[in-house]
Design a protein around this ligand. Structure first.
Ligand code: SAM
Length: 191
């Protein structure tokens, strides 16, 4: 059973170390690890979003290798995860694809480690997931989603935070798994 939740990993517009808006190159580990987390938690799909056509072609070749090529022969269960991965040039294309597939325009929720921008909590998203409206969770690369990406989303999810640790620099791969677990696995004590 899959939940109407899609992950969109944005390579643009994201920030670089200096806080400038850039386009990042695709990281192979982001493709595998986030696809495996998406498949593990029953997400419906995973979009790698990049405006660079050569990068989309590269991702498509990687997916082909792991879904139909030698990768699938060697590690069959990886094919199941990589099959979720699709490439699009823009977030708008991902939203259009989900609208088409789910028959309803998705709720877009951006994620961010920086406090002070959240407009929706984990429990609120968990509750609204029950309404069946498709959800697209926006993840960033580089140093995080640019303001324009955060503004393009309907809501911003409260950061994953370990109170009191004074440090919050998760990789997008780690964040993806934690976010999916918190959103899709009823926490102990909750119905
Ligand atoms: N180069 C790093 C890497 O390898 O992943 C980049 C980290 S990436 C900018 C951080 C992204 O992971 C954010 O855009 C967000 O999607 C997610 N993320 C990281 N820490 C988070 C947190 N504490 N709460 C929510 N999302 C977080």
């Amino acid at each position: 059973v899959t939940v109407p939740i899609w992950i969109a990993l944005l390579h643009h517009p994201v920030l670089n170390r200096e806080g400038r808006v850039v386009t990042t190159a695709v990281t192979n580990l982001d493709l595998h690890d986030i696809a495996r987390a998406a498949r593990t938690f029953g997400a419906t799909g995973y979009f790698a979003v990049t405006p660079i056509a050569r990068q989309r072609e590269l991702i498509d070749r990687i997916v082909e290798h792991w879904v139909h090529g030698h990768g699938a022969e060697r590690v069959p269960e990886r094919a199941e995860a990589m099959r979720l991965l699709a490439t699009v040039a823009t977030l708008e294309e991902a939203i259009a694809a989900v609208s088409e597939r789910a028959g309803a325009p998705p709720w877009t929720v951006a994620t961010c480690a920086r406090p002070g921008r959240a407009t929706v909590s984990f429990s609120e998203v968990r509750r609204r997931l029950g309404d069946g409206r498709p959800l697209v969770l926006l993840l960033g690369t580089g140093w995080g989603l640019a303001d324009t990406a955060l503004a393009a989303a309907e809501d911003v999810l409260e950061p994953i935070s370990a109170p009191g640790s004074g440090y919050n620099h998760l990789s997008v791969r780690s964040a993806a798994a934690i976010l999916l677990d918190r959103l899709l696995v009823p926490s102990r004590g909750e119905s």
